[in-house]
Write a protein that binds this ligand. Structure first.
Ligand SMILES: Cc1cc2nc3c(=O)[nH]c(=O)nc-3n(C[C@H](O)[C@H](O)[C@H](O)COP(=O)(O)OP(=O)(O)OC[C@H]3O[C@@H](n4cnc5c(N)ncnc54)[C@H](O)[C@@H]3O)c2cc1C
Length: 416
């Protein structure tokens, strides 16, 4: 791990080479900055937490971002389009739907397996000139100063080196060690739930439809994936999680079927299951001196609306915009960690992040309540959503990530 020799070793050090850290490093590639990623888990390791067997729904603005980065062609070949979303409350009369054709788009989103996305991002990182991958290595200390951040990096042999950068990006996940190192507090509220995920086969074809069904036992999402399979994300109460995970295939299918119902016919051929504890986490601030929090390090959401990664990609796009502007305005060396740049970034991102935290948390609480009159009010709300002109379109724009002032990448425009 030999650092480049100059006043600063790197313009930017990215803590975390997961979904968001990798996307940021690739987005910045055209700006010819000296960038390093520090990631503890080797890419090929099955333990890489960001790129596991989960499926992620990519929104329209994420699609545009990858288009602008020249990566979409590869991703879309391995992705499944979502052309309709159907939302229902089990045992109630209310339901709502959104159609791609009605919104004038080819797809409302695309489902991709995280492992496949990880391989593509990893291959693109390998091809990126001037990018340094420090892996396996972890950040064990960060000391921000007026001109640079001194970052302590430990290799897997235990040797620690000191590197200096002008901007430190914490993309190191919801538990973000870097966030603690630079003194930003975070609030974490556990939902007392776990998301159990896997794949199965449904008797009836999904035909591109994604289902979100709120049930007395937690929301169940069914997503169309490649090869005629369907991915499920079943939210179960923490107290029930170990029992559900201990069920054999037949018992598991029976229980999921009785929770979701028969809208897609009989379920069969369930694959391996894994589970994720669910919590809402939110950093008190998005920036500290020469440091910025991105993705889950800034906001960890409930997966109920499939928005966490997409929100993080919009963070990437906005930060990319601010840094690209600094590069264009600078005659010699741009300063990506300048206070004014970070203030502009934080002001830009505050509203979108607060909106998505409110939306996902609100949905979990609204549909988690069975005491009257809430179920009836939910029915009315869904009917209104379906019937009142304009409401569906407005909601679709927000969930596709197309509302508000969009940075270049979210509009499909490259940074340089
Ligand atoms: C069940 C489930 C389903 C989901 N579905 C969707 C969906 O459909 N759509 C959507 O938009 N979002 C979805 N999400 C959310 C999405 O997965 C997350 O928002 C996304 O993974 C966040 O990526 P990240 O890179 O910020 O964090 P992480 O994926 O947690 O990556 C953090 C990285 O930092 C590294 N790291 C840790 N410590 C250090 C250190 N000291 N130094 C350096 N590096 C370090 C880790 O090894 C890791 O690689 C879902 C989440 C769950 C749990």
């Amino acid at each position: 791990m030999v650092p480049a020799s100059s006043e600063h070793d790197y313009d930017i050090i990215v803590a975390g080479g997961g979904m968001i850290g990798s996307t940021l490093a690739l987005a910045l590639a055209p700006l010819a900055l000296r960038v390093a990623i520090v990631e503890p888990v080797p890419r090929a390791a099955t333990a890489q937490p960001s790129f596991d067997d989960r499926s992620t729904v990519l929104s329209r603005s994420t699609q545009r971002t990858f288009e602008a980065m020249g990566l979409w062609e590869g991703i879309v070949a391995a992705a499944t389009p979502v052309t309709r979303i159907h939302v229902s409350d089990r045992g109630r009369f209310g339901f709502a739907h959104i159609d791609a054709a009605e919104q004038g788009v080819e797809a409302l989103g695309y489902v991709v397996v995280n492992r496949v996305l990880g391989e593509m991002l990893g291959n693109a990182l390998d091809r990126t000139q001037g990018l340094r991958m420090l892996c396996p290595a972890r950040i064990v200390g960060a000391r921000p100063g007026p001109d640079s951040v001194t970052v302590r990096v430990a290799g897997d042999d235990g040797a620690v080196s000191e590197l200096r950068c002008r901007l430190l990006v914490a993309a190191d996940g919801a538990a973000s060690p870097v966030r603690d190192m630079v003194g930003i507090a975070a609030k974490r509220v556990a939902y007392g739930q776990r998301a159990v995920v896997g794949n199965l086969v449904t008797e009836k074809r999904t035909d591109g439809c994604a289902f979100e069904r709120f049930t007395g036992r937690g929301p169940v999402a069914l997503l169309p994936v490649a090869d005629g399979r369907t991915a499920f994300v079943w939210t179960v109460a923490e107290r029930d999680a170990e029992r559900v995970l201990g069920l054999d295939d037949t018992e598991f299918l029976e229980e999921l079927q009785s929770t979701f119902g028969y809208r897609l016919g009989r379920f069969s051929k369930v694959g391996a299951r894994s589970a994720y504890p669910l919590a809402l986490s939110r950093a008190a601030r998005l920036t500290a001196q020469r440091t910025v929090l991105l993705g889950n390090a800034a906001h960890g959401l409930h997966p109920v609306a499939a928005q966490g990664f997409n929100l993080g990609v919009r963070d990437v796009a906005a930060l990319g915009d601010c840094i690209a502007d600094a590069c264009a305005a600078s005659v010699d060396a741009p300063d990506p960690g300048a206070t004014t740049l970070l203030e502009r970034y934080a002001a830009w991102r505050r509203f979108d992040q607060a909106k998505l935290v409110g939306l996902t948390d609100g949905l979990v609480r609204l549909f988690g309540e069975s005491a009257p009159p809430l179920p009836f009010l939910r029915d009315l709300g869904m009917l209104a959503f379906d019937l009142v002109p304009g409401v569906r379109g407005l909601f679709a724009r927000h969930t596709m990530g197309l509302a508000g002032r969009l940075p270049r990448l979210s509009r499909g425009v490259p940074l340089a």
